[in-house]
Design a protein around this ligand. Sequence first.
Ligand code: CLF
Ligand code: SF4
Length: 503
Amino acid sequence: MELKVLGPTEAEAPPQKGCSASGCGSSDDQLAHLPDHIREKVHNHPCYSEQAHHYYARMHVAVAPACNIQCHYCNRKYDCSNESRPGVVSELLTPEQAVKKTLAVAANIPQMTVLGIAGPGDPLANPERTFATFRALSEQAPDIKLCVSTNGLALPESVDELARHNIDHVTITINCVDPDVGAKIYPWIFWQNRRIKGREAAAILIEQQQKGLEMLAERGILVKVNSVMIPGVNDEHLEEVSRTVKAKGAFLHNVMPLISEAEHGTFYGLMGQRGPRPDELQALQDACSGDMNMMRHCRQCRADAVGLLGEDRGEEFTLDKIEAMDIDYAAAMERRAEVHRSIEAELNQPKESAAPLVQLGPAVAKAAEMAVDARPVLMAVASQGGGVINQHFGHAREFLVYEASPSGVRFIGHRKTDNYCAGGDTCGDGESVLARTIAALEGCEAVLCSKIGYEPWDRLEAAGIQPNGEHAMEPIEDAVAAVYREMWRSGALAAPDEQQVVA
Ligand code: CLF
Ligand code: SF4
């Protein structure tokens, strides 16, 4: 279940897609303590490893149209809101078409390591289509990891089949462990040929989710839990969810913001239910991180997403284009292995700043002169992958946000925006897009990019966000640490009444 649209809003046969609610991923220092066989499973999964998402891509195939529950944040005309951006219609694929598309993408995007089924409805509510796809791919493309995302209602009865197909990564969307909270999120479920409503429905869903989680953990299958943060509904409850799923063996927790724009036509959207602000989301993720690994780089992708997280190359692989491709997958596997070796060689190179603290500690900490109580600073970064600053400010559709402090640099999340300069006729809208971009960067004190024009430079400065193009092509964490140290030296990190003294 993730979001994406397709077809009419019918109760038992609808909609959407995606990696059913969740986000996965963790920073490398969080992976360091893992046994080798677990590290092997996650090191090149862009959702389960924060570092991997800069280098490796994923794809989804939309083979699962029906859903067995209703979430108040989902409009069946759109992709499942659990993990996808609503609003774009996708092609529903047969298992055969899905296999062909997967082989085509894998041959053309060798960095693609993971095939996920996440919708547009719930994959396990469409078991024939879902498992036919997995079965064929495990035979024809053994170098691709298989991944599935579900609301969990049909999970217990599917666990043995998931294990049979070597599906090592399962995401369960768990928004609550209390039926009273659940009754405010799920109006109904379809269970044993009956529609069940209210608290009773939520209680059954929760029981199935928890049972499925325990069964997967017993079999050594990695489980990521996605939770949608809904202010006033489950925000104060999600810490308990985090503790509960960790105790039952979940590997990673992804708390995602509710998407509830009124134009998407969801119940919450129409009722005016708001999503969380970035600072509210960060505070909850920090509170939950005391209990387990947190994913902070989820992009809530669509059920037919293709490419690095945050990008969508689906248009390059429509059915008509795939039909015209002649794929030699044996040869493609050799090329893919070469590319993967070269990425691993780059990742394994010793880095000056490689170290503790969410990846950057030392780079900042080596500023031994820095006061330990210097305040933390948020910085936005424009990057199109590879872990370096390599994007023009005006071309960025999203910014990565890092927090620098005396103890290190850590990835916080991302902020979406339209790109300021798309070229051609779209430039006319630059002014309003720039204003929206500046609003999206609220709370950030610097923006690091490969280049930036005079006009946005002035506007950002006026808004209290310092543009910086001096670290183009440098590793992101090193650059953020360098800018932080420079801010310290200039006295910008001291409390206002101390700045004069420091200077
Ligand atoms: Fe897809 Fe989900 Fe697998 Fe990833 S997505 S099925 S675990 S391969 Fe990833 Fe996308 Fe977030 Fe999902 S960024 S929405 S967490
Ligand atoms: Fe929509 Fe919820 Fe079903 Fe996903 S699980 S398709 S969000 S109703």
